[in-house]
Design a protein around this ligand. Sequence first.
Ligand code: URA
Length: 286
Amino acid sequence: MNDIDQIIDQVSDYLRYKAECGERVVEVEREALVALRAGVGAAVAAPTHLKSQISNLTESNSVPPSTLPPLNTSTPRPPDLPTSRPPDLPTSRPPDLPTSRPPDLQTLAAIAAECEACRACGLVDGRNKVVPGQGCADSPPIMFIGEAPGADEDAQGLAFVGRAGQLLTKMIAAMGYTRDEVFIANICKCRPPGNRTPTPQEMAACIPFLKRQVAIVRPRFIVALGNTAILGLLGETGILRIHGKWRQFEGIPLMPTMHPAYLLRNPSAKRACWEDLKLVMAKLKG
Ligand code: URA
């Protein structure tokens, strides 16, 4: 991968995380924008979705956008930029993008890239997309942790987007939040074949990623969803026994409750789950 490809990848990751945090506009220094546009214009393989993401960046100084060259692969390179790469762009990270917490967001994106490249267990061989997890990366009220991606998540690269995910979305809404306001992740980042439960070895291989995500995201509370989550996070078994009882993971208060897929199969357990979630809400308010 050459320099500009690396920069494009990192900017793309960064923009995706900002979007998942609900932000629609990112301020960029004019110089960086000119350099990016020149680079993207020259990068033959640059994906079109990235071009449109970059075209939505807003400049942080007063130069009107109309003075910048249009973003288009046929745009001639500005005469003052060399053909190899812009002069002051570092090779290993995107140009300075002023935000509240860029280093952490970039680190989260770096973890996602490591998950993508990970070969520590055999799950990689059967999955389509890795599912690192997504949502608000800046001390959200809650981080929900499930088991592992299913078919829909594997197809989209996003956690909890299938039927169980739709129920989780309702649970989050009932607590007064949107999905963008919380963080959603899994014990395992790759789909086990046939949606089987991940093995202890597969969980052990993946948990270091989750620990690093928790350290970066710093949620106020964790909600562990189901048996695999409590086994992976706490080494405990029996969600129906321990749900509603406070625990801790990496120093963060953790509430175990039933997995949404279990609730779909056992709707009568929804009431008990709601009582568990109300305990979290009470602490968030208090
Ligand atoms: N079940 C999970 O545990 N995680 C998902 O992302 C989807 C379904």
